[in-house]
Design a protein around this ligand. Structure first.
Ligand SMILES: Nc1nc2c(ncn2[C@@H]2O[C@H](COP(=O)(O)OP(=O)(O)OP(=O)(O)O)[C@@H](O)[C@H]2O)c(=O)[nH]1
Length: 329
């Protein structure tokens, strides 16, 4: 169903929640604390490394990066790759870059590793960074070793595969997955380029042991950096609905054939469940005995809502819009 201009106007005028209830949520429990080991191993390989490529999700360019990366690995030349640009609303790209510059990040490239977009900029940028770094005092033909870091599921392995496709015409060298935590072996050294001879070290995704706020935790979870069930599919679906409405992104109305935009996650998920045939039989004990009733499967509906969002079917989004609207650092 196509949303008429009038319905869109009504939706835009509707009163959306001004804030998302964050109280009572224990963000520490969403992010498992097993990641310190990975970081230690990365630190021990640091002496072999000429430059660090930090991959992050372009939908959250200003939040959710692991501050421990800077503390533990920070002295090397650094390139920030903001990946999944196809899923991000980058209208305010210049503002994003300014914010990042304010945080001392001068070298930023936006990429799409599925379609190999902007991938050709990565190796020249890295080569230039290494050449201009104070440590560079070697001959021309020495190999470069780059460590790829980032929180889980942002596309570190995809970046390596994309670089190999572009520069070596080779296929996958490293496993890619839709779930966080696919790269488990701590380090694999993979060639990505012949001239200059360049190897990348793929690393497992490492989240900060303490996430700065519940809202950052929700954004990270929406981007798939933590398994959904740890936060709760329905909570995440509610945060997604809240965000889409506040940003006036009403693609979900059309996608699920809803009568109009709505800020009540229960109603939306009920409609989604019925539309997708995701219902379940539940036994209810009444005064006269057991009766079977058909109920919408809210978890399955939430799962589909999140999947649709993550595959870009609900349109591009900028989850850090609130940070961008605040004064630059
Ligand atoms: N839409 C889109 N999806 C991408 C892009 N890059 C990677 N993906 C998808 O994101 C998911 C995670 O990619 P990976 O390369 O496994 O991510 P990772 O950072 O290595 O993941 P971990 O090993 O869990 O840390 C996969 O489903 C990829 O297909 C991109 O630019 N755009």
């Amino acid at each position: 169903m196509r949303l008429t201009p009038r319905a869109l106007c009504n939706a835009a005028r509707a009163a959306w929640r001004e804030s998302f209830p964050l109280g009572g949520r224990d963000v520490a429990r969403w992010f498992p604390g097993h990641m310190a080991k990975g970081l230690k191993k990365m630190q021990s390989s640091l002496k072999l490394v000429d430059c660090i490529i930090e991959v992050h999700d372009a939908r959250i360019p200003l939040s959710g990066r692991n501050p421990l990366f800077k503390e533990t690995l920070g002295i090397k030349p650094h390139l920030l790759v903001l990946n999944k640009m196809d899923l991000a609303d980058l209208k305010d790209q210049q503002k994003i870059i300014q914010h990042l510059e304010g945080q001392g990040l001068q070298n930023v490239i936006f990429t799409n590793c599925v379609k190999d977009k902007n991938i050709k900029q990565v190796i020249p940028a890295v080569t230039e960074l290494v050449r201009s770094s104070y440590r560079y005092h070697r001959g021309e033909n020495v190999e470069l070793c780059i460590m790829v870091i980032g929180v889980p599921n942002v596309g570190k392995s995809s970046l390596i595969n994309s670089l190999r496709r572009q520069h070596l015409r080779k296929g996958k060298a490293t496993r890619v997955g839709g779930e966080p935590g696919v790269t488990r072996a701590v380090m694999s050294r993979i060639q990505v380029c012949e001239r200059p001879l360049m190897f990348l070290l793929d690393t497992p995704g490492v989240l900060a042991p303490r996430i700065e706020s519940v809202e950052t935790g929700l954004k990270l979870a929406l981007c798939g950096t933590v398994r959904d069930h740890l936060v709760g599919e329905e909570t995440l679906a509610d945060y997604l609905l809240y965000t889409l409405n506040r940003h006036q992104l009403f693609g979900y109305v059309q996608h699920y054939g809803l009568g109009g935009a709505c800020d009540d996650v229960g109603s939306v998920l009920k409609h989604v469940a019925v539309r997708l045939g995701k219902t379940q039989k539940v036994k209810v004990l009444t005064g006269t005995g057991n009766v079977n009733v058909i109920q919408p499967n809210y978890t399955a509906a939430a799962h589909d809502f999140l999947r649709a969002f993550r595959s870009g079917l609900l349109g591009p989004v900028m989850l850090d819009r609130d940070v961008l609207q605040s004064a630059p650092p």
